[in-house]
Design a protein around this ligand. Structure first.
Ligand code: DGJ
Length: 782
C-alpha cells in the first residue's frame, strides 16, 4: 500500500513501513524504514536540522542549516555538498559531474512495472503497488525516475532507477546504482553488523558476520557474473540480533552481472547503504532522448531476527521472482550423470544408471556434459550441439524413449554461452568470441565466451537450443556456464564500457526467448555450481545448482549461507559418493541425504556400485523425501542458533508438520548431552518427536565391529565386506514426547557414543553424523 499525504510518501507492507518526504528544496529525505507504523505526522522521526553542521557546505546561501551532507536522502546527486558516496555519476559535457536532483512529480500504479531490458519481480495489482517519483536536474538535462514497488504481503520493497537524457548533447553514465538508503545507525545498536555471503568455486556462499567498521564495507564482483566470490545479497543486523530476535535488514539485486554494494559508516550518525551495477569498467553513453535502467534492488526488514528476514525473502522469491509457471510447483527428484560418469556418457552406460534410478524412485534423468559431437573432454565440442554418433549411434531419442518407459522424464545439459576453439562453431566464427582487438582471447576451462552483444550470436543460441528442445522430449535443461568473463570487448556496442552489462541484458533476452515459449521445460541454471546464484537467473529458472561441492559437510555452510536470502525450492542439492571427489572426506550416506533433503533433492552417484544395504537406504530416503517434499521445498525454514561451532540445526515446518535436522561436523571426546530445540509448535499441544530411521553401515566401524559380533572378524576380510553389503545396524531409534512449550526448551537428546558402551539407544554420530527428527501431533492442548 502506498499513500502520499502532505508531501510525504508512506509505503506500507504488512509488517514494515518505509517513509520519505520532499524537503523545502525539493530533495527526498528518508524518514523511516523499520517496523510498521500507523500513518501519521512523521516530524518526530525527521533528522534534526536546528543547528548548522560543522565542516559542511550549505545547499543555498539563504538557508545555511540545510546541508545535503547531513540529511538522510533517498537518492543523492553529485557535487551539491553531500560528500558521502553518490549512487549516480553522470558526465555532462562542459560541466563534468554536477547533478542536483529535485522532485517534480510522482505517479502510483497498481501492480509491477516491468523493466525494458532486465528481469524484474512480478506481482498482480492485488499483490503489488508501484510508485514512480520523478527527479530532475533541468540545467544538466537529466531526468531520474525512482521506482518503488511495495509487495505488501511479502513484506518486501523493491527499488530501481531509470535515467533519461533530456538535454541536447550526449552524456555518459559512469555510475548508476539501483538504490541508496540512509539509515540512522543507532537503530542497529552500538555495533551494527554486516553479513555477506562469500566464497570461491566449491566453497560458495559462506556467511561472514562482522561488526561494521568505520569507512566503507561491502561486496562486489568483476567476473562478469554475480560470482561465487561475493553474492550480491547481504544483510545488516543490530548488535544484538539473533536468529529469532532483533532488527535485520536484507538487500539483494535482481542482477547477474558485475555488482557493487557498500555500506558507508561516517560520523553523521547515518549509514549509507547503496548497491547496483559495479561502476568498475562500466560506462554507458546516452544520446538525447535515450534512457538507461538499473537492475532492481530488493529490500526487506524484520525485527524478528535473521529467520524473520529469511522468511520474507523466501516468500518473495517463491511468489514474485521465480517464473509464475514454477510458482510453488513440486521439483522432481533428479538423477544427474556428471559425478558418476563425467564425459564418458553413452546410451548403454546411462541406461544402466537409469534402470537403477527408476527402481530407487527417482523421477527425472539428466544427461549431463559429454553427449555432443567432439566432447571427449573439456577441450572440445562446446558450440556444436549435434549428438555424438559414436556415443549415441541411434541419436538421443531411443534413450529418451527408454527413460520414459522406466517412468523417468529426460533432461539435458547445455553450455550455450561458451565455445571451444576445437569446434565447428569456432572454426566458422572465431570472431564470435569476446576478445580485445589484436590479442588472442584468454581461455578459462579451455573455452572462450561467446559475444552475446552480437545479435547473430543470440539468434544462433535461441535457434540451436530451441531446435534441440523441439527435437526431443526433454522436460528439463541444465544451463551451465563455466568461466568468468575476460577480454570484455565487443564491436557490437557503442562504447567499451557497455560490453559486460549488454552481455547480461542479452543473456536474459536469450533465456526468455528460449524458455518462455516452452513452459513444459524445467530450467535449472548452473555456473560451475554457484557462480551465478542470483535473483535474475532465478527469474527464468526453478532452481540453481548451488555448488559443485556435494560433500555434505561443506554443503552445511553453503546451503546455510544461501538460506539467508534464497528459499529451499531454489537450492539444488545432490547426494553423491564418499570419500568425496573434492575433499576426500568420508561421510555416511545418511548425512549426505539429510543435508541434501533441505533443498531440491537429487542423486549424482554411480548407482551400480551401491550395495544392497545402500540401495535400501536410498529407496527409503526417496520415499521419505517424496512424503515430505512440499515441506522441504516450501515449508518455513529456520536456522537454529548454533549450539556449538561444529553443530548445525535446521528446521522446516508448515504449521502442520515439522522436521528438524541435527548435524554434527566433528565429535568432541566425552560430549555432554545435546539440546535440540523444536520451535513454532502450539505450546499446549502434545507432540511426539521420533528420529527418522537410518542405517549404520557396519564397514564404517573397522575392527570396532568385533565389540558387538559373536565371532571375531577381520575388518579387511571377505566376511566383513560381504556382510556389510547385506546387513547394517539401526541408528539410534529415539523418541521424545512433550508439549510445544516443553519441546521449545530443547530436548535433551540421548547420549552419543563416547567409547563407554554401545546399545541401540545410543546416538552413533561421530564426525559427520546427523539425524532427522520428525514431529507428530498427538493431542490438542486444552
Ligand atoms: C560444471 C557443473 O557445475 C557440473 O555439475 C557439471 O555439469 C560440469 N560443469 C560439466 O562440465
Amino acid at each position: 500500500m502506498i499513500e502520499h499525504r502532505d508531501g510525504t510518501f508512506y509505503l506500507q507492507t504488512a509488517h514494515t513501513s518505509y517513509w520519505f518526504t520532499v524537503t523545502e528544496h525539493g530533495h527526498l529525505e528518508h524518514i523511516h524504514y523499520g517496523p510498521r507504523l500507523a500513518i501519521q505526522d512523521p516530524s518526530a522521526l525527521r533528522w534534526s536540522r536546528v543547528a548548522r553542521g560543522g565542516s559542511t557546505v550549505a545547499y543555498v546561501p539563504e538557508d545555511v542549516r540545510y546541508s545535503l551532507d547531513t540529511l538522510p536522502l533517498e537518492f543523492s546527486g553529485i557535487g551539491q555538498g553531500d560528500y558521502r558516496t553518490s549512487p549516480c555519476e553522470i558526465r555532462i559535457p562542459h560541466v563534468g559531474y554536477d547533478l542536483d536532483l529535485v522532485h517534480t512529480g510522482h505517479a502510483i500504479h497498481a501492480g509491477t512495472l516491468s523493466a525494458r531490458t532486465l528481469p524484474t519481480a512480478h506481482g498482480s495489482p492485488s499483490e503489488a503497488t508501484t510508485l514512480v517519483v520523478d527527479l530532475v536536474d533541468e540545467r544538466a538535462g537529466i531526468a531520474v525516475a525512482l521506482h518503488y514497488t511495495v509487495f505488501a504481503a511479502a513484506d518486501v520493497i523493491t527499488r530501481r532507477v531509470v535515467v533519461r537524457n533530456t538535454g541536447a548533447a550526449e552524456v555518459v553514465v559512469e555510475k548508476l546504482l539501483s538504490f541508496q538508503l540512509d539509515l540512522p545507525e543507532a537503530t542497529l545498536g552500538d555495533a551494527p553488523r554486516l553479513i555477506t555471503l562469500d566464497g570461491a568455486w566449491i566453497a560458495e556462499t559462506h556467511a561472514h558476520d562482522r561488526p561494521l567498521g568505520p569507512g566503507f564495507s561491502g561486496v562486489s564482483s568483476s567476473t562478469g557474473s554475480s560470482s561465487n566470490r561475493h553474492n550480491p545479497g547481504f544483510l545488516l543486523a543490530a548488535t544484538d540480533a539473533g536468529e529469532d530476535h532483533g532488527r535485520v535488514h536484507g538487500f539483494n539485486l535482481v542482477y547477474t552481472g558485475n555488482h557493487h554494494s557498500s555500506v558507508e559508516r561516517g560520523a553523521t550518525g547515518l549509514l549509507r547503504v547503496a548497491g547496483g551495477i559495479n561502476p568498475q569498467g562500466f560506462s554507458w553513453p546516452l544520446s538525447p532522448g535515450e534512457e538507461f535502467e538499473t537492475p532492481e534492488a530488493v529490500l526487506a526488514f524484520a525485527d524478528t531476527g535473521f529467520n524473520g528476514l529469511s522468511e520474507r525473502m523466501h516468500r518473495f522469491v517463491n511468489d514474485h521472482v521465480l517464473p509464475p509457471r514454477f510458482r510453488r510447483t513440486p521439483r522432481p527428484i533428479v538423477y544427474n550423470s556428471w559425478e558418476a560418469i563425467s564425459f564418458d556418457v553413452s546410451e548403454r552406460r546411462l541406461l544402466k544408471q537409469a534402470r537403477r534410478a527408476a527402481d530407487l524412485g527417482m523421477e527425472l534423468f539428466v544427461i549431463d556434459d559429454g553427449w555432443f559431437a567432439g566432447r571427449k573432454d573439456d577441450t572440445a565440442g562446446l558450440g556444436d550441439y549435434t549428438v555424438d554418433a559414436t556415443k549415441f549411434p541411434r541419436g538421443l531419442d531411443p534413450l529418451v524413449a527408454k527413460l520414459a518407459k522406466l517412468g523417468l522424464q529426460a533432461g539435458i545439459w547445455v553450455e550455450p554461452e561458451m565455445v571451444n576453439e576445437d569446434s565447428d562453431l569456432y572454426r566458422a566464427h572465431p570472431e564470435w568470441a569476446l576478445r580485445i582487438p589484436g590479442k588472442p582471447p584468454r581461455p578459462g576451462r579451455q573455452q572462450h565466451v561467446l559475444d552475446l552483444c552480437n545479435p547473430d550470436v543470440c539468434d544462433y543460441l535461441v535457434d540451436s537450443v530451441g531446435a534441440l528442445l523441439d527435437a526431443h522430449d526433454f522436460r528439463y535443461v541444465k544451463w551451465d556456464m563455466n568461466r568468468h568473463l575476460a577480454d570484455a570487448h565487443s564491436p557490437h556496442v557503442r562504447a567499451p564500457g557497455m560490453t559486460a552489462h549488454q552481455y547480461v541484458v542479452n543473456l536474459h533476452d536469450v533465456l526468455r526467448r528460449i524458455f518462455e515459449p516452452r513452459p513444459h521445460v524445467l530450467l535449472e541454471t548452473c555456473s560451475s555450481g554457484g557462480n551465478r546464484f542470483d535473483l535474475a537467473m532465478l527469474s527464468h529458472s526453478a532452481m540453481i545448482w548451488a555448488s559443485d561441492d556435494t560433500d555434505p559437510i561443506e554443503r552445511l555452510e553453503i546451503q546455510q549461507g544461501l538460506s539467508y536470502l534464497y528459499p529451499l525450492s531454489t537450492i539444488s542439492a545432490h547426494v553423491s559418493n564418499a570419500p568425496h571427489q573434492q575433499t576426500l572426506r568420508d561421510t555416511p550416506l545418511s548425512t549426505r541425504f539429510n543435508v541434501a533433503c533441505f533443498g531440491v533433492l537429487g542423486y549424482e552417484y554411480d548407482l551400480e556400485l551401491l550395495s544392497s544395504e545402500e540401495r535400501k537406504e536410498v529407496r527409503e530416503q526417496i520415499a521419505f523425501y517424496r512424503a515430505h517434499r512440499d515441506l522441504f521445498q516450501y515449508g518455513r525454514f529456520r536456522r537454529h542458533r548454533k549450539p556449538h561451532p561444529d553443530r548445525f540445526v535446521w528446521q522446516v515446518d508448515d504449521g502442520e508438520r515439522t522436521i528438524v535436522g541435527n548435524f554434527q561436523r566433528r565429535i568432541t571426546a566425552a560430549p555432554a548431552p545435546d539440546l535440540l530445540p523444536v520451535v513454532g509448535l502450539e505450546p499446549g499441544t502434545t507432540y511426539r518427536v521420533r528420529s527418522k530411521p537410518q542405517r549404520l553401515m557396519i564397514d564404517r566401524f573397522g575392527d570396532l565391529i568385533n565389540h558387538v559380533t559373536p565371532v571375531r572378524l577381520d575388518p579387511r576380510g571377505m566376511v566383513l565386506s560381504t556382510a556389510a553389503k547385506f546387513t547394517s545396524l539401526t541408528d539410534a531409534a529415539e523418541e521424545y514426547v512433550g508439549t510445544g512449550a516443553l519441546l521449545a526448551q530443547g530436548i535433551r537428546l540421548h547420549h552419543q557414543f563416547s567409547g563407554t558402551e554401545y546399545h541401540p539407544g545410543i546416538r552413533m554420530l561421530g564426525d559427520h553424523g546427523s539425524t532427522l527428527y520428525v514431529v507428530e501431533r498427538l493431542e490438542e492442548g486444552p
